[in-house]
Design a protein around this ligand. Structure first.
Ligand code: ADP
Length: 593
């Protein structure tokens, strides 16, 4: 008859028995049993899943080679045990009852003596080893008594003791193994959680953390509940398997309260099915147990999540029936992860908040850009009509001098309006990321020479001398010729405009590594530190009376900065009020061909 399948233990990781120290400890026990009990071979196996796997062998080289890492189905051994003589802990299966041992065991090669008690090569002497709850966790097998005989009553009572010792040693080793596995897995989980990028959307972050945790803790499932935040709604749940966990409303609140309490004392709680939870009311316990039944969880490890004094949520890891109970080390590791997750959640929230702010600002900026472009276009058409008519009127003969001076005033106003509109259109063009530049090499010497010439009249009128300091060798910037011309022209015309009569404006050109550097230096009115902070803002004009005296739109430098930025360059200002200013533009250089 088939023996009933037995409850087995060995919930420790079933895939590896790599813990060398545990193996060594068991080998010592096997050696001891072999020597003390007077047998040539002693073997300790552990239950790994459906099989026994040999983990410690004492005996001849031949025996060790044959039995090293041997795997035998638990069922096969149980079939043998069913036929055994019961010697107490040890079970003896005489050779004539043993099944096809050559298929799974080791049969020493020798001729038994013809003594009635002679030990036969096929004889089996096995002691099943059990944990405190009676679950089968291992097997002690001994073979080849040195006397060549079956053990007598006295030897058997000794054997009983060795089996008990081996059992204890195995349980300690298993615990150790379990413990080191727990630490290894929890550490892995922690590393994964720590490595999660805060730049992930918080939902993805928590789902990823969830699957790492389920694996790391050998949990049946896991979920993270976050409390009302400014980004997440209240009671958001993230489970590794998606939205398959739905907490009843009442439990969301119970969990939130419990998490806050536990965070303040840095504790966790293990909830087992059908066992009352001390801190909760009967009603709450019932609710939780009903929920556990529904999700088929046998136990829950509930850990608060937070950072500093703030509790932001909770983490729940579940195990199903038959899995090991939650150990203290695991709970502590989970609480550590609660800290990591807390920081990640807060960081992710800050990141999301900043991200949202940037999006809002970008939208605002785009709106401003569109507004400027629309207004400029709407003004341009009527202005063109005004200027056309003005020209017509101006060429009318016999105008009175009063009319002429009115027309001249209209003309000046129109010119000024035209400049503002042109600047606005340019600003919206260079500020539009969708109209990107097509970069090409631009020789800067001729550009600067042309600009110096263009500004010569204004310079003369202002009593300023423009000096160019340029290297012989051609300096090529990489960019849009027209835009670079505009940017450099604006800076130079400012230097002339705000320069002091009788002083110099120097334009220096240099190549530095893979950049070209243009510095425009004047000895003019200078710019105060407060003004410098706003210099590149659209429509900014200094309140310095000397600056206000000059005509301007306050758009020139805003345009320059956008052009420089979209070329991948930078602009800096160095200035002292009343002494002068230096504007430095750095632009990417083109390799001269
Ligand atoms: P604007 O059309 O007013 O010149 P900009 O954007 O070119 O507009 O310049 C903004 C303000 O920065 C000016 O109004 C002026 O106060 C100040 N500024 C610009 N360049 C200089 C300079 N070289 N020296 C002193 N002040 C300057």
């Amino acid at each position: 008859m088939e023996p009933e399948p037995e409850r087995t233990g060995g919930d420790a990781d079933r895939t590896s028995w790599s813990d060398v120290l545990s193996r060594d400890a068991l080998r010592l026990i096997a050696e001891g049993v072999r020597e003390m009990a007077g047998f040539q071979v002693a073997l300790i196996s552990v239950v790994l899943g459906e099989d026994f796997r040999s983990v410690a062998i004492a005996g001849s080289e031949e025996a060790r080679a044959a039995l090293w890492d041997a795997v035998t189905p638990v069922r096969t051994i149980q079939q043998e045990l069913a036929k055994a003589e019961d010697w107490g802990r040890f079970k003896y299966v005489p050779s004539d009852r043993v099944g096809a041992i050559d298929e799974w065991g080791w049969v020493p090669d020798y001729e038994p003596s013809d003594h009635p008690d002679a030990w036969h090569p096929l004889d089996l002497l096995l002691a099943p080893l059990r944990d405190d709850e009676g679950r089968l966790v291992g097997l002690l097998s001994i073979d080849l008594p040195t006397s060549g005989r079956r053990p007598d009553a006295q030897q058997r009572s000794l054997l009983e003791k060795y089996a008990a010792q081996a059992e204890r040693a195995l349980l300690v080793a298993l615990e150790r193994h379990e413990f080191s596995e727990q630490i290894r897995l929890a550490t892995t989980a922690r590393e994964i959680v720590r490595s999660l990028s805060v730049q992930l959307p918080i939902e993805d972050l928590l789902v990823q953390a969830g699957s790492a945790l389920s694996e790391g803790f050998r949990a049946g499932g896991s979920w993270v509940q976050t409390f009302a935040g400014d980004v997440l709604g209240s009671g958001a749940l993230y489970s590794a398997r998606g939205a398959d966990i739905v907490l009843p409303d009442g439990l969301v609140e119970v969990a939130e309260t419990a998490a806050h309490q536990l965070w303040s004392v840095q504790q966790w709680v293990v909830i087992e099915r059908d066992r009352r939870v001390e801190v909760l009311t009967d009603g709450q316990s019932r609710q939780i147990h009903a929920f556990m039944e529904r999700i088929e969880a046998d136990s829950l490890l509930f850990v608060p999540i937070g950072a500093g004094s703030t509790c932001v949520g909770n983490l729940v890891l579940t195990r199903v029936e038959g899995q090991a109970p939650w150990g203290r080390t695991e709970a502590e590791a989970a609480l550590d992860i609660g800290h990591d997750l807390g920081r990640s959640i807060l960081n992710a929230r800050t990141f999301a908040r900043e991200h949202r702010l940037v999006q809002e600002l970008t939208a605002l900026d785009q709106y401003k850009g569109r507004l400027i472009a629309t207004v400029a276009h709407e003004l341009k058409n009527p202005l063109t009509a005004i200027m056309g008519h003005l020209e017509m009127l101006e060429s009318t003969p016999d105008l009175t001098s009063l009319t002429r001076s009115s027309l001249a005033a209209i003309d000046r106003g129109s010119q000024r309006l035209q400049r503002v509109i042109d600047d606005l259109l340019l600003l919206s063009k260079v500020g539009d990321p969708e109209t990107a530049i097509i970069p090409a090499p631009v020789a800067l010497q001729p550009v600067l020479e042309d600009l110096a010439e263009l500004n010569a009249v204004a310079a003369q009128r202002a009593g300023v001398a423009i000096r160019l300091e340029m290297p012989e060798a051609e300096v090529l910037a990489l960019g849009d010729a027209e835009e670079l011309d505009t940017a450099l022209g604006n800076v130079l015309s400012n230097a002339v405009k705000y320069g002091r009569s009788g002083s110099d404006v120097t334009v220096e050109l240099a190549r530095e590594d893979d950049e070209v550097v243009v510095t425009v230096r004047d000895q003019g009115i200078g710019i105060s530190p407060e003004d410098r902070a706003q210099l590149f803002t659209e429509f900014f004009r200094s309140s310095n009376p000397q600056a206000v005296a000059q005509p301007g739109t306050g758009l020139g430098l805003a345009i320059v900065q956008r052009i420089v930025q979209r070329h991948g360059g930078a602009i800096t200002v160095d200035s002292e009020l009343g002494v002068g200013s230096a504007f430095t533009l750095r632009l990417p250089a083109a390799v001269s061909g």
